[in-house]
Design a protein around this ligand. Structure first.
Ligand code: DC
Length: 225
């Protein structure tokens, strides 16, 4: 394919479908898919594992600067985009658990944590041929991205998608509880002092409330051409 861009920044709130879209784009274009949320989740997971006080900003910041998070090609085809390995333990799915979900917004609001992780992300992104997914990629990590997408959807729609995913896995879910958590995370992510969730001025905002995954993908491919 010709005339394709090299850095695609894909931001948006929790459960807006960024990862699904980002993986598909990266596959189609032969680019690296990089989900930056993994890094914030990994730091949160380690802190919980070590029983650290999550309110201790200095200690969590030190952890973020020193942690060895290994991201490797997927070793299993169970829906993962990559393996996340910490101290030789595969924590890919542990990081998606309720404990991490409940605490990751607090950890990712710390300025020092953001600095350590976003510098790392920037180094990887500047190599190009990358679809980088997060909250602040177009605004802070890679403001020079060739294409910036802000994928949005209402909290109700995002909660409904999360609910459907959980039910499809055969697990139990409570829609109202999920909606409450989605709203809580939106609030923390978008009101934090450093790198709050917001569309870059030059981002294309796509509201996926009334679009399915194929339509969103087609729209973004159009933008890439
Ligand atoms: O996309 P996710 O749900 O895996 O992200 C987990 C958390 O990390 C989320 O609460 C916001 C934070 N995050 C962030 O602040 N900046 C990013 N670039 C990516 C994620």
């Amino acid at each position: 394919m010709q005339n394709l861009t090299s850095i695609i920044a894909l931001d948006g709130p929790a459960a807006s479908g960024k990862s699904t879209l980002g993986r598909r784009l990266a596959d189609e274009l032969g680019y690296l898919f990089f989900d930056t949320g993994i890094m914030y989740r990994a730091i949160t997971w380690i802190a919980l594992q070590q029983d650290m006080n999550l309110k201790d900003e200095a200690a969590i910041t030190k952890l973020a600067a020193q942690a060895q998070i290994d991201i490797r090609p997927p070793s299993k085809s169970d829906g993962r985009a990559c393996d996340v390995v910490i101290a030789e333990r595969d924590v890919t799915w542990d990081m998606r658990g309720g404990d991490v979900d409940a605490n990751v917004s607090v950890v990712s609001a710390y300025a020092g944590v953001r600095k350590a992780l976003s510098e790392h992300q920037r180094r990887i992104g500047l190599r190009g041929k990358v679809v980088m997914v997060g909250r602040d990629i177009g605004t802070v990590v890679l403001p020079e991205a060739n294409i910036k997408i802000y994928l949005d959807a209402s909290a109700e729609e995002r909660a409904r998608r999360r609910f459907d995913e959980i039910i499809a896995r055969g697990e139990k879910a409570d829609y109202d509880e999920i909606l409450k958590k989605v709203i809580e995370r939106d609030h923390i992510d978008s009101t934090r002092a450093v790198a709050p969730l917001r569309p870059a001025d030059d981002a294309v905002i796509i509201d996926s409330d009334k679009m399915d995954a194929d339509q969103v993908f087609a729209r973004v491919m159009e933008l890439c051409k």
